[in-house]
Design a protein around this ligand. Sequence first.
Ligand code: CA
Length: 246
Amino acid sequence: MPELSLQVGSKTDQGVRANNEDSFVVDLRQRLFVVADGMGGQERGEIASSMAVEIIPRLVHARLATHDSPERALLKAVQEANAAIVEAGRSQPEGRRMGTTVVVALHHGGQVYISNLGDSRAYLIRGQNVEQLTRDHSVAQALVDTGALTKEEARFSPYQHVLHKFLGCHDLNGAAQVHAYTPQSGDRLLLATDGMTNHITEDDLRQGPKQFPDPQDWISHLVKKALDHGSRDNVTGVVIVFDQVN
Ligand code: CA
């Protein structure tokens, strides 16, 4: 299979918030991308999300160097980041939680490996097809899974952003998983926080590649669109374009 080249666009905007609790990393050396949305208010969210984007690339690198499989490297990195954030949260005042969502993509050996906790998402845009690759760990999504809510009702549920799994939670209980797919030339992979995903539609994702061939132009447009559409949250996205090497 021919190797694919990657082109990346990335942007974060704190929007109307007083601080930015989102973090991201674009690690082109090992083709690893992480987006994290910190929780806990004030500096706690910032600390948690910046820990996620620092720890995960470092641990994935160390594990791949010792010939762990990409799945295992990613899973272990997420689990160890979780333990580190739980530990850091212990110094916080009682009842104040500290945590972060995370969505990670690793391009390795002709496959893309995805893992997530919380409600930051990965979308694959392939031609006219838009597929959400991740499942939110929100109470609303859990209610959809049991049939108590429809997908449409979940969008407006007060439980949409109540997360039951995230980095910094005491019992991950198997929630951290890794899924793989084979990328194709022309694919676009979007990693984004809820500040973006709540305010853009699948149609926006379908139309974007035609209007914005350059990934940096496109992600800048998506961030602006989310803010124009009333996002009062931090807005962050990373888009990766896969292309055939000529
Ligand atoms: Ca957010």
